[in-house]
Every structure is written in C-alpha cells, then in structure tokens.
Design a protein around this ligand. Structure first.
Ligand SMILES: Nc1ncnc2c1ncn2[C@@H]1O[C@H](COP(=O)(O)OP(=O)(O)OP(=O)(O)O)[C@@H](O)[C@H]1O
Ligand SMILES: Cc1cn([C@H]2C[C@H](O)[C@@H](COP(=O)(O)O)O2)c(=O)[nH]c1=O
Length: 215
C-alpha cells in the first residue's frame, strides 16, 4: 500500500478520495458520476460513504432522520465508531487501498470536524477521536451556497437533523478552517463551484484527479 507519514504523525493514504460539502451540496451526485467514468476506464474502484451501511452507520442515519438531538459529543463518538469499522474493518478502506483499488468516499473525518465541533470542548474531542485515522490523498469540496442547498433539500419528504440554515452556515465556516489545516498537512483539495451543471463539475473533478492519481 502506498501511504506517506507526515511529520505531524498523520498518514496520507494514496488513492483515497473523499467528497465533502454541506447537505445538498451535490457530493452523492458527483461521486456517482466520477465513479462511473473511472469504472468505464477499467479502474478497480470502491464507492463508499459515511455514515456507512454497517450497523453503527444505519443507527446514525436513523437518529439523524428522526431529528434526535443528542449532544455533539455523542454524535462525535458514534461517527468515530462507524469510521473505525469502515477504515480498519474487514474489506474496509485500508484493505481496499492496499489491493490497489481507488476508494471514493462520500464524507469522512472532515465532516466530523465541521459538523460536530460546535464548541472548543467538542472540537478537541473530535480531534482526539479522529487523530489515528489516515487522511485521504484528495478532498473534493463541493462549494454550494447554503440557500441553494436548502432549495435542493426542500423537495425531499423528510428533513434530517443538520439540514437547517443556521447549522449549515456554521458548518461552512468550519469546513474552511479544517480544510486549510488539512492542506497545511499535505492534503490536496479541489474547491469546486457546486452551482455549475453536474456534467461540468464532474469534468473538472476528473481533470483534477487525472493530475494526481495514476489513472
Ligand atoms: N450541480 C447541480 N445542480 C443542480 N442540482 C443538483 C446539482 N447536483 C445535485 N443536484 C440535486 O441536488 C439534490 C442533492 O444532491 P445530492 O444528493 O448529490 O447532494 P448531497 O450533497 O449528497 O446531499 P446530502 O448530503 O444531503 O445527501 C439532488 O436532488 C440532486 O439532483
Ligand atoms: C460522516 C459524517 C456525517 N455527518 C452528517 C452530515 C449529514 O448531515 C449526514 C449524512 O448524510 P448524507 O446526507 O447522506 O451525506 O451526517 C456528520 O455530522 N458527521 C460525520 O462525521
């Protein structure tokens, strides 16, 4: 497996690509489009997401869908537990990358840093809970304004816990900070305008990935 250990002690995992953005930004749409294009070129690839479809991830989705308002710290533990299975578990991220697959993941630890760090106390907790997970090689950040995301989400039958204007505004500003810190650690970020037509966005993402991954 190709990975680099940074002076900070964090490992950056090659060929691990994560899509991030606030709810409704378009991460799922783009991950699917990019995956389909890369698969068409014959690259072994795993499409995955967090929360995962494993037992902890399913439980988290139920909590979010029912609007269960638990303290941010409790959600931080739940997401970290789900991530532990996802990354280190059977047929998880480490195993897949190790056998040469490109892993495309809809959300990862930067979501925890942006969504759960709503005070200095929880921020420290989230950092502690996540510091032993490897960092992705690339983050694709779908930069879509809150109002546009809320407009897109309004057509869904159900509203999840974090799909609220004020929450999302705070998440946007925390994303800026955490992605800057990630870049300082050697991570690569593509900030892409999420209001463009989907085909234009995926073309931009593929061009960026071609310059980085051996594809
Ligand atoms: N570039 C785009 N322009 C217009 N609409 C879009 C665009 N990308 C996605 N959408 C639409 O916006 C909605 C949300 O997209 P998508 O599910 O990809 O977002 P998401 O970031 O995964 O959201 P969530 O995290 O809340 O699941 C969908 O109805 C999708 O068709
Ligand atoms: C991984 C992760 C996710 N979240 C939040 C972000 C979204 O509101 C939901 C996931 O739903 P999606 O619409 O299917 O992407 O979970 C979070 O708060 N913290 C995390 O670590």
């Amino acid at each position: 497996m190709s990975s680099r250990k940074k002076s900070s002690g964090r490992t950056i995992l090659s060929r691990f690509v994560v899509f991030e953005g606030i709810d409704g930004a378009g991460t799922t749409t783009q991950l699917r489009k990019v995956a389909s294009s890369l698969k068409g070129r014959g690259h072994p690839l795993w499409e995955t997401r967090e929360p995962t479809d494993g037992p902890v991830g399913v439980f988290i989705r139920e909590c979010l869908a029912s609007g269960l308002s638990l303290p941010a710290s409790v959600y931080a533990y739940l997401f970290a537990a789900d991530r532990d299975l996802h990354v280190f578990g059977e047929d998880g991220v480490m195993v897949r990358v190790g056998r040469g697959e490109i892993v495309l993941c809809d959300r990862y630890l930067h979501s925890s840093l942006a969504y759960q760090s709503d005070s200095d106390h929880t921020r420290e907790l989230v950092e502690d809970l996540n510091h032993r997970f490897p960092l992705p090689e690339v983050v694709i950040y779908l930069d879509t304004p809150v109002e546009e995301c809320l407009r897109r989400l309004s057509s869904r039958p159900q509203k999840d816990l974090f799909e609220q204007r004020e929450v999302l505004m705070n998440v946007v500003s925390r994303y800026r900070e955490v992605l800057r810190a990630y870049e300082a650690e050697g991570g690569k970020v593509l900030y892409v305008d999420g209001t463009q037509p989907p085909d234009l966005i995926s073309r931009e993402i593929l061009k960026f990935l071609e310059g980085i991954l051996d594809i």
